[in-house]
Design a binder for this molecule. Sequence first.
Ligand code: ADQ
Length: 464
Amino acid sequence: MGRLIVVSNRVPLPDKRGNIPAGGLAVAVHAALQDKGGIWFGWSGKSVGANEPGPVSTRENGKISYVLTDLSKKDMDEYYSGFANRVLWPIFHCRLDLAEYARREKDGYFRVNRMFADRLLPLLEPDDTIWVHDYHLIPLAEELRRRGVKNKIGFFLHIPWPPADILFAMPIYDQILRGLSAYDLVGFQTDHDLDNYISCLIREGEGGRAADDAASPSSASLTAYGRDFRAATFAIGIETEDFARLAANSRRTQTVRDMRASMGDRALIIGVDRLDYSKGIPERINAFERFLQDYPDRQGKVTLLQVAPSSRSDVPEYRQMQKQVESLAGHVNGTLGQIDWTPVRYVNRSVGRQSLAGLYREARVGLVTPLRDGMNLVAKEYVAAQNPDDPGVLVLSRFAGAAQELKGAVLCNPHDSEQTAQAIERALSMSPEERRERWRGMMDHLLAHDVQAWCRDYLRALDA
Ligand code: ADQ
């Protein structure tokens, strides 16, 4: 394999001293880039001018070049806030009710993908391998192929792939479906996503598994739209060992000390998410209220800490959610709280990684209840952060990709508040032996399948 060219919507740049941003994906992909040498290409995060995208800027760091392109205000509105986050994101998370399709924004999405292809083209060498990330850039391979690029091009989808009936409700779904066939390897988070994708091809009458395909649930040789390519499952992981170490060393951080002091003997239940409707935060608060009603002996003895920094505040649904979560937390605190007990603590900001690791470790229960999630790294971080001698229990939505792997979690249906309340009670009353046994199985899995393994496995498969 020659150089590696990574393309993603945003590029996690190193700081001035060359330190790579913390957090799994950035670290693993940087390691692969450092190993092979290459380019990380994407949007700078800045929008300049009204209509015309700004110039490309390049920054070198060791064997890696970061090539960043500014977008125009129009591009940002149409491609990013528009089609990517108001059509693809809701539809891929099965929220047809929230999708707002506008032809102008769809045009902006394809225009930015063409612009990315134009700007990437002169940087490519014949033996480069290209790895494109996520739903913002599905049409990129097709655009590169149109420009004569013969290189190996891989794609990884970080979010779920929807069932055919949902996908087909999206105008121009056929262009999105066809777009993926221009890649050599399409990676999904779970077998379920892969299966949904193949079902879409079959239902569309445009292809499916090739005649010599081995019929594995985790990988497929496909023929579609006149092209032969592969698709497979690569469940993304975290930096398990590093995160566990961070958590073990977090006892003395101020956040953890403050948390302890304020909790006394109370049990902590933790939820950590970007403020996003896919994460099921309102449903979680409702389930917690239900739990306090169904198990009144627990009142005054547990607190739910929900940490949820705002995201995508330029999309109206996200601003509304912020108000909704505030009001639900206020409702539970107002109706059930006591002078010396606040049932729900809601923190609307981001927390540093070490503090986060420490808070996970303090929590008896990790409450991770997305309505739908590609993987959900919070679930994996919660497990990695636990004290092996006295681990907490993960309550996990069956609709998170992570539920396919984390067999020691107590699974729940986030749409069913009664059942989620039971799962919380089950977690809080579990014996230490059972907690340790469940945790050990999950931790062994996470150590063997960390983010470096994910990156290595994907690139090996693309290279094969
Ligand atoms: P996200 O939707 O962002 O990712 P997730 O996988 O949970 O969701 O990752 C979130 C990351 O942000 C975690 O590392 C978490 O620690 C961090 N984070 C969240 N809230 C935070 C807070 N308040 N303070 C500090 N850090 C916080 C998308 C897909 C997922 C998929 C990932 C990776 O939607 O399904 O798992 O990509 O592929």
